[in-house]
Design a protein around this ligand. Structure first.
Ligand SMILES: [Zn+2]
Length: 244
């Protein structure tokens, strides 16, 4: 299945063997961390040039920067992905949720925002980039994309603050990425798009958050390792779980 190449990804790799780009390979891409630069008005290329100028002064890095003009990959993310340092090692939410540190098992994508960056245009390229990464690594946006603020809530608010500028939430972002995946895979097939739309409506009808009466059964199932995550399901699914 080919994924629609709506945009070009500009490769401007940082110098190899520096603090920001050690060259160490990522073992397996297990999830994606959604960031924003936290620096209103700075563009993708400017951020990457700054990284390059200071490549041996600091180790903080991310794989991809996206603004209204372009998508710039500065640490290999799509082929032979390498490690970037975009989440503190000593936060443990990534370990709890994904069984690993973000730095050694996740791709970090930065959204550029704020005038003169066209935030809406940047958002649309950001959504496509995240969708393409999910496709590339067989990930589900709703399960495998996490906001930096979720991993490091004491220090970080990204990308929620920049999303607010265009009236989007983290949930909107995940929905938009999931829809973008469908569009880029099946957009030329109206029949398939119709089927997916109906499936989506159906899923929303039957899916509900974990009800109180099923919470202990859900906890037990997670502890037994029957599932890796249960965030929603149908009434019948929860009844079955309680019966078990
Ligand atoms: Zn961040």
């Amino acid at each position: 299945m080919t994924f629609k190449q709506k945009h070009m990804i500009k490769k401007l790799f940082l110098s190899h063997g520096t603090k920001r780009r050690s060259g160490r390979k990522l073992d397996k891409v297990k999830f994606i961390v959604a960031h924003d630069t936290g620096n209103s008005g700075s563009g993708a290329r400017a951020n990457v040039m700054y990284y390059e100028r200071t490549a041996n002064e600091q180790s903080v890095s991310a794989h991809i920067f996206v603004d209204g003009f372009e998508i710039v990959e500065c640490i290999p993310a799509f082929e032979n992905p390498e490690v970037a340092w975009h989440v503190l090692f000593n936060v443990d939410e990534d370990n709890k949720r994904f069984g690993d540190d973000a730095n050694t098992s996740a791709i970090g994508v930065e959204l550029c925002f704020g005038d003169p960056v066209n935030t809406r245009e940047a958002y649309s390229k950001y959504v496509w980039t995240l969708a393409y990464l999910c496709h590339q690594y067989g990930l589900n946006p709703h399960l495998h994309i996490v906001g930096h603020f979720e991993l490091d809530p004491k220090r970080k608010t990204d990308p929620v603050n920049s999303l607010k500028l265009i009236n989007k939430t983290m949930d909107d972002l995940l929905d938009d990425v999931a829809f973008e995946m469908e569009l880029c895979l099946y957009g030329d097939d109206p029949q398939m798009m119709e089927v997916l739309k109906r499936l989506d409506i159906l899923e929303k009808k039957v899916s509900q958050p974990v009800p109180d009466w099923a919470k202990s059964a859900v906890d037990a199932a997670l502890k037994k390792g029957l599932f890796t995550a249960i965030e929603s399901g149908s009434h019948d699914f929860f009844r079955l779980l309680v019966a078990l």
